[in-house]
Design a protein around this ligand. Structure first.
Ligand code: GCB
Length: 601
């Protein structure tokens, strides 16, 4: 999937701004045909979650209606015209000028409708009905009513199976854009290294039609390389060899411009420019290799989360978070627990951050209640995520899920007594589901490693399918509460056990403690800044010393909003090393010293 762009052959208009809006708690809109246009009650900013924009609708997760109008600019006639929603949580149904265009399920990935036949030059009315309900058969799931062993283990409101506020609405931009009649419809770039040379393989898809010719040009770092294209069918492939290639890596995120041009009768009919990075990523033995060299992932799990905008795109926050990550010495992060905005991904390419790209499959459970539908949605989301993000050099790994509830209850009892792993500890439905999902990822993208982020530890049988094992673990917090050293011992034991059963590179993908900024204690105790600093220091040192551990991702970069629960003071998760408004806690300074190789006090 190509991000819309404005260039001599294509046009794009961003509909961000103030839209008309209406809450529809009684679900009247369908019967009253609001899809054809409705009388607005409120005005809302797009993009942004709706929850924190109004005075009293924070916890409303039902149906709402959005409406805007637009005119086409001069010169758009004769083109194919499309509308693209970059992300709408959770279920969207869309109308243009009274005609239903279709619907899309899933909150964090883009969808497109061709509106060529419905669009007019002026006075277009675009309406979206958005349903933010939590339900067991949605991904991520919710409203499980305490289903044993499945839900997030606290009683929380709203009833999510995950630990972040279920913000909803049109959270990323909506774009109207053109594609010419003879269009480049997709590009898939994969890169390799041969000696000092880079190898860039480009797969080009085009709209069906008569044979076309074209040209592909790669520029940057002193290189200008071109090749002719002969697109008789719907796709073609070109391989370019880049002498003395400037490789993409965190310390030098070198990018090249790849420009593809289609011609008919000598005239350029479409063009598209994509920023690409030349790099390889692979797992070999216990190591993760970037450009053939072992790399260590230092970084965070994060959230798209900020006051007022909720999960809405906020460009300044993207810049700020990368600045904080740089300052602290991080080189990577995971898009916990859903694919992040395309702007965030572009910036990772430009700034040299390695990204584990995760689907929205957080808190999955495998006890019926819509299992078949959830499995289908997971596969759809994998397809959409890879289609969207496959060309980012920053994406070094795909994650198919965060903390699925896969273990059988009997297995958990024995495991949490003394780390005994009984035979077949996982639910067979879970193993089957992840086997199929990992196979799908490999089929769609054979070039990147795959992982699954688990809290089941050595009980996670699906670790057999992946390249890297990822563990979220809070010994010294939820277990061994208040006892950092005992927690450390348990972590040590568990990591060794996982490695014995699944001898692969291991990432400690979450570890941390809730920390109230300004709360101090000596000796350290839970919730104090000292406790977080000591906990993180010791767990970083422990994992640093293990040769098969490929890194540490602290939970979390910043404090973030959650639902209400007794374990979530003031409805926040306070595990950030920065506050929600991005100020450092004591641990941030400690981690910075550790990650930058200056010994911590
Ligand atoms: C986890 C989850 C994350 C939570 C975190 C916590 O394991 O993956 O979403 O926020 O624990 O703080 O409990």
């Amino acid at each position: 999937m190509l991000y819309p762009q404005s260039n001599p052959c294509r046009q794009m208009m961003d509909l961000s701004g103030f839209w008309n809006f209406r809450f529809d708690p009684a679900n009247e809109g369908d019967a009253q045909q609001w899809g054809a246009g409705f009388d607005p009650v409120e005005i809302i900013a797009v993009p942004a979650s709706w929850n924190d924009q109004f005075e009293d609708w924070r916890d409303y997760l039902g149906t709402v209606w959005y409406q805007t109008t637009f005119d086409l600019s001069w010169g758009w006639q004769g083109q194919r015209i499309l509308v693209r929603f970059n992300a709408v949580s959770y279920l969207a149904e869309v109308w243009l000028n009274g005609e239903r265009l279709g619907q899309h399920e899933g909150g964090y990935l883009p969808f497109v409708f061709d509106i060529t036949d419905q669009v007019k030059d002026t006075g277009n009315v675009l309406v979206a009905r958005v349903d933010g309900q939590l339900a067991p058969d949605r991904v991520p799931p919710g409203n499980l009513a305490g289903l044993s062993g499945a839900a997030f283990p606290t009683v929380n409101y709203p009833d999510t199976s995950f630990d972040f506020f279920p913000y909803c609405g049109i959270q990323r931009p909506v774009l109207i854009y053109t594609e010419p009649p003879d269009a480049i419809t997709d590009l898939t770039v994969s890169t390799g290294i041969e000696g000092a040379n880079g190898v860039v393989q480009v797969q080009i898809e085009r709209t069906p039609g008569d044979p076309l010719v074209g040209r592909i040009t790669l520029t940057g770092h002193g290189a200008v390389l071109s090749a002719d294209l002969d697109l008789a069918g719907e796709s073609g492939e070109v391989v370019l060899t880049v002498p003395d290639a400037a490789l993409w890596l965190p310390d030098a995120p070198n990018l090249y411009d790849l420009r593809v041009e289609l011609r008919r009768d000598g005239a350029v009919v479409d063009c598209y420019t994509l920023a690409i990075g030349i790099r390889t990523i692979a797992v070999e033995g216990d190591q993760l290799l970037l450009n053939g060299e072992p790399v260590k992932l230092l970084g965070f799990g994060r959230h798209e989360d900020f006051p007022v905008v909720g999960k809405g795109l906020l460009p300044a926050l993207i810049i700020k978070d990368y600045a904080l990550m740089r300052w602290i010495g991080a080189n990577s992060f995971r898009t916990s627990h859903y694919p992040y905005s395309e702007q965030m991904m572009d910036m990772a390419d430009r700034l040299g951050f390695m990204v584990i790209d995760e689907t929205p499959a957080v808190g999955l459970f495998f006890m019926g209640m819509g299992l078949e539908k959830r499995n289908k949605l997971c596969q759809q989301m994998i397809r959409e995520m890879i289609d969207r993000d496959k060309n980012h050099p920053s994406v070094i790994m795909w994650s198919v899920a965060n903390e699925p509830h896969t273990a059988r209850l009997e297995a958990r009892e024995a495991y949490y007594r003394d780390f005994t792993v009984i035979k077949n500890p996982s639910r067979p439905e879970a193993v089957e589901s992840f086997k199929a999902q990992v196979e799908l990822v490999r089929e769609l993208d054979p070039t990147r490693p795959v992982t699954l982020v688990s809290h089941e530890g050595a009980l996670e049988e699906s670790f057999a399918f992946v390249d890297v094992t990822c563990l979220n673990r809070y010994h010294g917090w939820y277990s061994f509460s208040g006892q950092i050293d005992q927690g450390l011992q348990a972590l040590d034991q568990e990591i060794e056990l996982i490695y014995k059963l699944y001898p692969k590179p291991f990432l400690l993908s979450e570890f941390g403690t809730d920390t109230i900024p300004g709360h101090h204690a000596q000796p350290p105790e839970m919730f104090s800044e000292e406790y977080q600093a000591e906990f993180l220091t010791k767990q970083i040192r422990l994992t640093d010393a293990k040769p098969f551990v490929i890194g540490q991702h602290i939970w979390n970069l910043c404090d973030f909003k959650t639902g209400q629960a007794v374990q979530r003071m003031a409805a926040y998760n306070y595990k950030g090393v920065f506050t929600r408004d991005r100020r450092p806690k004591l641990a941030a300074h400690r981690v910075r010293a550790l990650w930058r190789g200056e010994d911590a006090p």
